[in-house]
Design a protein around this ligand. Sequence first.
Ligand code: PA5
Length: 427
Amino acid sequence: MEDIVLDLNGSFVALDEMNSIKTEIMNAQETLLDKKGISSEMTGWIDFMDTMDKKEYEEIKKCGKFINENCDAFIILGIGGSYLGAKAAIEAVRGDFHNELKSPQVYYAGQNLSGAYLKKLVEAIKNKEVCVIVISKSGTTLETALSFRIIRNLMEEKYKDEAKNRIFAVTDKNKGALKTMADLNGYKTFVIPDDIGGRYSVITPVGLLPMAAAGINTDEFIRGLKSGRNEYTKRDFHDNICCLYAAARNILSRRGKEIEILVNYEPCCISIAEWWKQLFGESEGKDGKGIFPASLNFTTDLHSMGQFVQDGRKIIFETTIFVENAGDDMEVPYEGDDFDKLNYIAGKKLNYINQKAFEGTFMAHSEGDVPGIIIRIPAMNEFYLGKLFYFFMMTCGISGYTNGIDPFTQPGVEAYKKNMFRLLGRQ
Ligand code: PA5
């Protein structure tokens, strides 16, 4: 297998049903690609790989290399679309235990308001050489701004005038508090384009700078994005897996399958699901509509939520990301006494056993009336990750327009802020 493959064989969606929604999907795709829909001014991500300023991209790689070579740890400050993609990419590509096995270590702040979390983070980095990447399009998000104030003070205390060379800002081109502060203090800044919203921004400096700093090959990532753009903008329903995935999930949702769980069998993919949840949840959950995106990590969660999936309310469909070649592997050793009765699989590799667990689970859930969609990925590297991100973003745009909502706004997230600021006494 040499490409990302969408397998709908276990989805309980018949070909005639797919054909019945085809026109709706193709209209939605046309609306998206021809920029005719609501909020079409926020679709700059479709071609960003080509429109990106080449000089800025070279600067990203240069600064990424600087961070990679000049610190023991760097902190990514951001929330929502301003950190989830970078975290997903770094964990997926650098792999499990990357902070223990690779340098620099990567930490996150500004994604919550916990004093306990920030205090412990400060403790963890106390004796390390540190760089900071602060990411905020608005520049005014409370979680990020607050953490940045504290981290910035610590950086200035530790590095004095040199602090400015260790702080990098990714923000709006012209406006916002972060932009003003960066200009005043002389931080290197990178631009989040006006026509790309937070949850579609992993392909911009928002994702690229942290990836480059973590030693990820961004050229390969962009190659994957471009390959995704070439394939997933095809206006051919049966030859475009974004159209097919959007069709299947909308059919299932209309049948009462209100929850889509994204499942993985590789711990390094857990944060891909976190990014995916934001993408689909913020894009589709509005006007009283939307499929609720959830995620489970198998086989771990088969020993907890697996019960609900198998036997609970029949409102779930399951989309599995399966990595065909997980890379590193280990073999089950043979033992003469066989006390643990595992000799029947002695000599087998763990990744093979994991695959059998997936196949067994898929069959069981199918028997439990849980439709299953499989997204098969040849390997979890920069190229396929870029392509996967693009696949999901394109599907999300098509799916959202099919469902008659605006996939590029998030008015609902303002409600908690209003109350919180009132309670905090902000004028
Ligand atoms: O998708 C979005 O737009 C949000 O999740 C934002 O990314 C998030 O709220 C952070 O906003 P900002 O980058 O302005 O700090």
